[in-house]
Design a protein around this ligand. Structure first.
Ligand code: SF4
Ligand code: SF4
Length: 428
C-alpha cells in the first residue's frame, strides 16, 4: 500500500499576482430584485418547513429547515420568500435554495445583537457560520481535535484572486479584532497571518505572528503552508485541523471582527471579478446576489458557450446559470470567452509523465487516473495515493491528453466520503 502523504515541493513557476498598491474600495453592487440563499441539505418534509413561500424575513435573520435543525443560513436582505426549492451543487450535493424578493425598507433582525451580550462563543457559533469568508465553524466549534493554532490566510490559494490580499490591505483592524475574538472564544493559543513574501513587511502589531508565503503556485495551499512555513507534514487522509491547526480566510476574520463592533452580522461579500479581457474588478455584493446582477453592473456580457467559473482558474467550478448566487465563500467569479475555454477530451493517457513532473505531492498520476476513470475509487485511495493530493489542479493544466484529472480526483474523494457516511448510517 502506498501512503506517501505529502513529501515533495516542485516549483512550476506560475506566480501569484500581488497587490502592491493600496487598493481602492470595492465597487458596491446591490441585488436588483432577488437573492437566493443556499441552505445545506435537502428538506424531507415540506409541510414542516420553518420557512415557506410568502413568509417575510429580515436582514440578519437565521433560517433553518426545521426549528431544531443545526444547519442554517442568514438572510442577507429584507423581503418576502418567493420560493423554497431543492438545489444540487457540485457532484449532486443537496441544498435548499431559498429565493427572497428584496424590499427597499431594510429591517435588521435583533437576535444576533441579543446573543452578543450573552455569550461571545455562542454568538459566533450560532450566527456567524455563513459570514463573508465562511469561517470553518465545523473545526472551531466541532468535537474534533482541539484547535491550538489559527492560520489567517492573507492571500488566496488560487491564482488571479486578490480578495484576501485586498482585505488585509484595507481591513487589517477588523482582522485583528476577529483574531482576538476567535482566540478568546475558542481558547486558541496562537494566531499566525500568512502573507505573500513581498508584502509581509509594513504590518504593525496585529496580535498574530506574520509568516511569509512564496509567490509560486501552489504555495498558498493550506498543506503547502503547513509544510513550508510551519514545518509540519499533514499525513495522507488527514487534514490540517486533525493536527490542531485551523485555516481561516482574512475576510472571515474581518467579518467576525466587524460583527462584534457593530452588533450586526456582515453580509456583503468581497469578490474579484475577472472579465473576458482578464481585467480584475474588486466588487462587493450581498450574499445571494445572482451573478447576472454583477455582470450587468460591470458591463460583462455572457454569450452562448462562454464559461462562468466560481473560484479561481485552477480549482474553481464552472456554473451553468448566470443566476448562480454569490456564496459566503465566493472569492472570485471568472467569465471566460468561449474561444479561451480549454476543452477536456476522452483521449487516453499517453504516459507522457508531465503530470508526475509537476505534481507537488509526487503522485503517480498516470496510474491513479486509470482507476479514477474506471470509478475504482477505493483502489485509487488504497494503492495510488489519492489522499496525498493537495488539490492544486496542476495535473489537469499540463495533461497532454486533456484528461480532467482534478475533477476526477474531487469526484472520487466526494464519493468515498458519501460511501463512508452511508455505511456509518447502516451500522447504526
Ligand atoms: S491536483 Fe494533481 S498535481 Fe495537484 S496534488 Fe493533486 S494530483 Fe498532484
Ligand atoms: S499528463 Fe495526462 S497523458 Fe501525460 S501521463 Fe499524465 S495523465 Fe497521462
Amino acid at each position: 500500500m502506498i501512503k506517501r502523504a505529502f513529501w515533495g515541493v516542485k516549483s512550476p513557476q506560475i506566480k501569484y499576482e500581488l497587490l502592491h498598491d493600496t487598493p481602492v474600495g470595492p465597487r458596491s453592487i446591490l441585488p436588483s430584485k432577488t437573492v437566493t440563499l443556499l441552505l445545506p441539505g435537502k428538506y424531507e418534509q415540506k409541510d414542516k418547513l420553518a420557512l415557506c413561500a410568502g413568509d417575510s424575513v429580515r436582514t440578519g435573520q437565521k433560517i433553518r429547515h426545521y426549528e431544531d435543525d443545526d444547519a442554517y443560513v442568514i438572510s442577507s436582505v429584507t423581503g418576502t420568500v418567493i420560493s423554497v426549492e431543492p438545489f444540487f451543487g457540485d457532484f449532486g450535493q443537496s441544498y435548499t435554495a431559498i429565493t427572497i424578493s428584496v424590499v427597499e425598507n431594510e429591517k435588521i433582525d435583533d437576535a444576533f445583537a441579543a446573543a452578543c451580550s450573552d455569550s461571545v462563543r455562542n454568538a459566533v457559533t450560532d450566527f456567524l457560520a455563513c459570514v463573508p469568508g465562511k469561517p470553518p465553524m465545523e473545526f472551531l466549534a466541532g468535537s474534533g481535535t482541539p484547535i491550538h493554532t489559527l492560520v489567517i490566510c492573507g492571500m488566496d490559494s488560487d491564482l488571479m484572486i486578490a480578495t484576501n490580499q485586498h482585505i488585509i490591505k484595507t481591513r487589517i483592524d477588523a482582522v485583528a479584532r476577529g483574531i482576538k475574538i476567535l482566540k478568546d472564544a475558542y481558547g486558541i493559543e496562537k494566531a499566525i497571518i500568512a502573507l505573500p513574501r513581498d508584502l509581509v513587511s509594513g504590518f504593525g502589531h496585529v496580535g498574530a505572528q506574520l509568516i511569509a508565503v512564496d509567490t509560486c503556485y501552489p504555495s498558498a495551499n493550506h498543506r503547502m503552508i503547513m509544510y513550508k512555513a510551519l514545518k509540519q507534514v499533514v499525513p495522507a487522509g488527514k487534514n490540517c485541523e486533525d493536527l490542531g491547526v485551523c485555516f481561516i480566510s482574512a475576510e472571515a476574520a474581518a467579518s467576525i471582527g466587524s460583527a462584534f463592533e457593530k452588533s450586526e452580522i456582515p453580509l456583503t461579500k468581497t469578490i474579484t471579478l475577472i472579465n473576458k479581457d482578464r481585467e480584475k474588478i474588486m466588487i462587493s455584493a450581498r450574499i445571494g446576489t445572482p451573478a447576472s446582477d454583477i455582470f450587468k453592473a460591470c458591463d460583462v456580457t455572457v454569450n452562448e458557450r462562454d464559461r462562468i467559473i466560481f473560484g479561481g482558474p485552477m480549482t474553481g467550478t464552472a456554473v451553468f446559470s448566470e443566476d448562480h448566487p454569490v456564496g459566503p465563500d465566493t472569492d472570485a467569479i471568472i467569465v471566460q470567452d468561449k474561444n479561451e475555454v480549454t476543452l477536456v477530451s476522452d483521449y487516453p493517457c499517453i504516459n507522457c509523465g508531465e503530470c508526475i513532473r509537476i505534481c507537488p505531492a509526487g503522485i503517480q498520476i498516470n496510474m491513479l487516473v486509470r482507476f479514477l476513470e474506471a470509478g475504482e475509487y477505493q483502489t485509487a485511495a488504497d494503492e495510488y495515493d489519492l489522499y496525498s493530493c493537495i488539490e492544486c489542479g496542476l495535473c489537469s493544466l499540463v495533461c497532454e491528453s486533456k484528461i480532467p484529472i482534478f475533477q476526477y480526483i474531487r469526484l472520487a474523494k466526494y464519493e468515498l466520503v458519501r460511501e463512508k457516511a452511508a455505511e456509518a448510517i447502516d451500522d447504526e
